[in-house]
Design a protein around this ligand. Structure first.
Ligand SMILES: [Zn+2]
Length: 657
């Protein structure tokens, strides 16, 4: 037996999530609680996929920057032999190396800008020599001395203006987006070189310009670029196949075929096989997937994710989806805009066991693949939310953060206790019954985007948020077992309070100018400012020179949300551009710069982190006397450096010569 509404993990207060802070990065332990209870077959399957994930990690380092691996080797050699390195230099090399690991190279993941060592080149050279004297393997090229190596790498480690940006989609006037980007997806190639050039391997190749001006595609495949790493990945995938379900085995076979040939036709077959496996509990993403690293948005960055379905959380999502019509029939808008026969979007909640390459240590929270639009249209896509990642984000939020912006200690305590559950429920409703709901007038031909133009996204995001906020207090959620009856009011209060606070706290991200551009931020600002102006739900209070948005009346909050939702739905249904623009621009776009400055200074004083790197769970096989794997144990290293050194050691021999 199991009660449907689960205790959030806050019930285990002694479990550490936030491990350390390095500058504006947080290091957080990721937990995969359901792993131990999986059947042995699935655990062994995951073990092989986990090794396949580690095997490809260095591909991404090399794609991100041609010198990354050499730099990492040197840093790791020093830190592993640091007994005679002077303490301040050692501390600085540790700081830099941790950021290097979190960002998979010397470029910040958020800003794309290079970061550098803050010690002197002389101090760094002394550290290298001290480590070498203690037996460190310094990564020298043939015939190279330590001085040669240091001289060659000095600009990479110390000069912030040398190859300053990893991906530059809007470079300075006259510069080329490919040569202005420091990544290693192109070598000597400019955009104009590609006029008329036909790419046979758009996703999985590096383009190099030869001395005679020809462009060649270096294809990532067995026998090609990254061939040794890809062979190792293939060997682990092969070992996984006997433990996979038939549809997953078919997808793994197709992936192996693609890694072997590198051909587009095999990539398509793999995408199709992968997206058709919707029923397996275990899944993996392994390959050249997302194109954000490439200024042209063509080349895939290598990544791997291994996961299993989080049954409880998926059940919660599916309960909402199964009742989509019930919610639709009660939408607080004009009956003619209610849909018949609605199906909620189906999505799966997963727990991640490992993420590497482009998806780790910095991870997404939701994924929708494949990216190939033609395959999506014919075969659909898989949409997943990374449940344990979301949980770890929530649990690692520094308490100061909630305290600073909460009016009372009780408000902060509620956020701590219920914040994760409340925001997860709201997010699920936003996705499953928010976006899918409602209908538009026939004259729009099902395409309100054309009528609402640049206001569409903010209106649509606000509509989905308002649906979630509106139904959160509904007793239907208790009936569905999504919230415990006795805590329901507290959960509603927690979410409404946090929604109000967020409109203030989000201003920290806009350090320049006085306008919000991003649509989700516009929508949230708009809803809260509208509620402040039109209802008694939120008080704006000032204490000791600090501003607070205090949610004081949940009933008024919900009534206001219902009224605004009715209007937002009408705007969408009629394609009322003038009303959309007035609503968004009055409440969602502009803000008081003095208020923003106040928020920024409060956040900076608390040194709140702006991004997070995760330490992954560690798997260890349990073998019988004959050496066969009979089980797999999971543990939590709590140590970024130990895990990064372990991964690096595992792949050092898989580099291209
Ligand atoms: Zn949305």
């Amino acid at each position: 037996m199991r009660s449907a509404a689960r205790e959030p993990a806050a019930a285990i207060p002694e479990r550490p999530y936030l491990l350390e802070r390095i500058d504006d990065a947080a290091v957080v332990q990721l937990y995969a609680d359901g792993f131990a209870a999986l059947p042995p077959r699935e655990k062994v399957l995951i073990w092989h996929l986990y090794q396949a994930a580690i095997a490809g990690r260095d591909i991404f380092y090399d794609q991100r920057y041609a010198h990354s691996l050499e730099m990492r080797d040197l840093l790791e050699a020093i830190l592993s032999h640091a007994a005679h390195v002077d303490a301040p230099t050692r501390a600085e090399i540790e700081r830099y190396t941790k950021l290097f690991w979190i960002n998979s190279g010397p470029y910040n993941n958020l800003t794309a800008r290079k970061f550098v060592l803050a010690c002197t080149p002389e101090a760094f050279a002394a550290a290298v020599r001290a480590a070498a004297a203690d037996g460190a393997q310094v990564p020298l090229r043939a015939g190279e001395t330590i001085d040669d190596l240091l001289c060659r790498l000095t600009p990479m480690f110390f000069d912030v203006d040398f190859e300053p940006t990893v991906t530059s989609k809007t470079p300075p006037a006259g510069a080329d987006i490919l040569t202005a980007s420091a990544n290693n997806l192109y070598d000597g190639v400019e955009m104009r070189d590609l006029d008329g050039f036909e790419e046979r391997h758009p996703l999985n190749s590096r383009l190099r310009k030869c001395d005679d001006g020809r462009i060649v595609e270096e294809v990532y495949r067995v026998g090609g670029r990254y061939g040794r790493a890809i062979e190792a990945i293939v060997a682990h995938l092969r070992a996984a196949i006997p433990y996979a379900t038939p549809p997953m085995a078919a997808a793994l076979e197709a992936l192996i075929a693609f890694y072997q040939s590198g051909e587009e036709t095999d990539r398509e077959k793999y995408d199709i096989a992968w997206v058709q496996d919707k029923g397996s509990s275990v899944d993996t993403i392994n390959g050249f997937i997302e194109v954000y690293l490439d200024a042209r948005s063509i080349k895939g960055a290598w990544e791997a994710i291994v996961s299993y379905v989080n049954r409880d959380k998926t059940t919660a999502i599916q309960k909402i989806a199964a009742n989509a019509q019930w919610f639709e029939d009660r939408m607080p808008w004009a009956p003619e805009y209610r849909k018949e026969g609605v199906h909620g979007v189906t999505a799966t909640a997963i727990d991640v066991v490992i993420e590497a390459g482009d998806s780790g240590p910095i991870t997404p929270v939701g994924i929708n693949l494949p990216n190939d639009q033609r395959i999506r249209e014919r075969y659909g896509s898989k949409s997943v939310s990374l449940a344990n990642v979301n949980e770890a984000y929530e649990k690692s939020t520094m308490p100061e953060y909630r305290r600073e912006f909460s009016w009372t200690p009780e408000e902060a305590a509620r956020a701590e206790r219920w914040g994760a559950l409340a925001s997860e429920l709201t997010t699920n409703m936003h996705e499953v019954i928010g976006h899918g709901s409602g209908k538009v007038e026939p004259h729009l031909n099902g395409n309100p985007q054309n009528a609402l133009k640049e206001q569409f996204s903010a209106i649509e995001e606000s509509r989905a948020d308002l649906v979630a906020l509106y139904f959160l207090p509904d007793r239907k959620l208790v009936e569905l077992g999504l919230v415990p009856a006795e805590d329901h009011d507290t959960i509603v209060r927690t979410e409404y309070e946090s929604y109000a606070r967020n409109a203030l706290v989000q201003l920290r991200r806009i350090r320049e100018g006085t306008q919000i551009e991003e649509d989700h931020m516009r929508n949230r600002q708009m809803i809260v400012r509208w509620l402040i102006a039109r209802t008694r739900a939120i008080d704006v209070r000032v204490r000791d020179g600090k501003t607070y948005y205090v949610m004081v009346d949940p009933v008024a909050f919900r009534e206001g949300v219902g009224a605004l939702l009715a209007d937002v739905q009408r705007i969408k249904a009629q394609g009322d551009y003038a009303a959309a623009k007035a609503l968004v621009e009055t409440y969602g776009v502009h803000f008081d710069p003095a208020l923003r400055d106040e928020i920024v200074s409060r956040v900076d004083r608390l040194q709140l982190p702006s991004y997070t790197g995760f330490v992954m769970p560690k798997l260890t096989p349990v073998v019988d006397d004959g050496g066969a794997i009979i089980d797999v144990a999971i543990s939590y290293p709590m140590d970024l450096a130990a895990q990064m050194l372990e991964y690096s050691a595992a792949t050092r021999d898989l580099r291209d010569a």
